[in-house]
Design a protein around this ligand. Structure first.
Ligand code: ZN
Length: 338
């Protein structure tokens, strides 16, 4: 059974409603259009899986959903389990006893041999150490989260993998292997994991099907993010299994759409800055969304605008004036001026 057939079976069993087969490409197009016209955002996602239950995706891949819903986590973190007998856990999720019990239940009678971490944010990595201590599993990840003078909200500063992975490193998992792809942007330590055989890519928070990827300073980087999307668009994966939300069954169009959307947003920011002498990140965000931003999302929208502005600043296109966070002031650098 290939992964497409497995996905069809998964869908037939009612685990993934039909409308999730439709690709987010049209959703992305709608978002791009929204930058030009004030239409409401519409994301689609899976509401069927109960917390702590096992969902079989393919004969070798299962998922346990963690009960940590939120605007940035959709219904919660997806923990993926690969293999049978001796299994590999990808993203153990937050340090949450109920989720840990769900993972141990899902693998009862088996052995968790390895724990792979896509990135050092607490909703993905903080459960790794305790699960490793309980099972004897070895942990794998890019490395420690960098230390920033002003801190980095949501970062897991404690996680230190037993094995540090570099881009292109291959790990054998019984009858499978995964290759790590360094994909910074959302987080500087971010890795995607390509499963062989099969065309499956575990994308962590690099590409999600239901939302654009959140980024914030100091660790988020728009230039790295766009380059990391190219890492994916150079590949031929058949399906993405993300850290939150349902599978992405038309991966290339989603990865391309995400890059297109980020570039459209950047162009919009340049246009907005060009229409005023100086603007704060909040003012740019408000104009970008053509009105008040949903208060739940306001903070992350402004953070994302600042990540774009940092890239444009590095490229010499905008100048930083003063302030910090949402009150940071920026101006467009006129042609011929530096
Ligand atoms: Zn996450």
């Amino acid at each position: 059974m290939d992964h497409r057939q497995a996905l069809a079976t998964w869908q037939r069993h009612g685990m993934l409603p039909n409308h999730h087969q439709r690709l987010p490409a049209h959703v992305l197009q709608a978002q791009i259009a929204r930058l030009k016209a004030p239409v409401p955002l519409k994301f689609e996602y899976n509401r069927t899986l109960a917390y702590g239950h096992v969902e079989w995706c393919t004969p070798d891949i299962r998922r346990v959903l963690c009960n940590n819903p939120g605007p940035m986590t959709e219904r919660g973190t997806n923990t993926w389990i690969v293999g049978r007998g001796e299994v590999t856990v990808i993203d153990p999720g937050p340090d949450d006893p109920a989720h840990r019990a769900g993972l141990l239940n899902a693998t009862a009678g088996e052995r968790i041999g390895r724990i792979l971490v896509t990135h050092t944010h607490r909703d993905h990595s903080a459960g790794a150490t305790m699960l490793a201590n309980l099972t004897g599993a070895a942990t794998f990840g890019f490395g420690r989260h960098p230390t920033y003078a002003g801190g980095d909200d949501g970062a897991d500063q404690a996680f230190c993998p037993d094995h540090r992975l570099i881009h292109g490193e291959r790990i054998l998992l019984g009858s499978h292997a995964v290759t790590s792809l360094h994909t910074p942007g959302h987080c500087s330590t971010h890795l995607c994991f390509a499963l062989e055989p099969g065309g499956v890519l575990f994308t962590g928070d690099h590409v999600l099907g239901w939302a654009t990827t959140a980024m914030k300073l100091p660790d988020g980087c728009m230039k790295s993010y766009l380059r990391s999307l190219e890492v994916l668009t150079d590949r031929t994966d058949q399906i993405y299994l993300p850290g939150h939300g349902p599978p992405i069954v038309d991966p290339l169009s989603v990865a391309r759409g995400m890059a297109q959307f980020a570039r459209a947003r950047e162009a919009r920011i340049i246009t907005i800055l060009g229409s005023s002498s100086v603007a704060t990140a909040v003012e740019v965000a408000t104009q970008m969304y053509r009105g008040p931003i949903d208060p739940v999302l306001a903070k992350s929208v402004v953070e994302l605008v600042n990540v774009h502005l940092a890239k444009l600043h590095d490229e010499g296109l905008v100048a930083y004036i003063d302030g910090a966070g949402g009150q940071a002031q920026w101006r467009l650098v006129a042609k011929g001026m530096a």
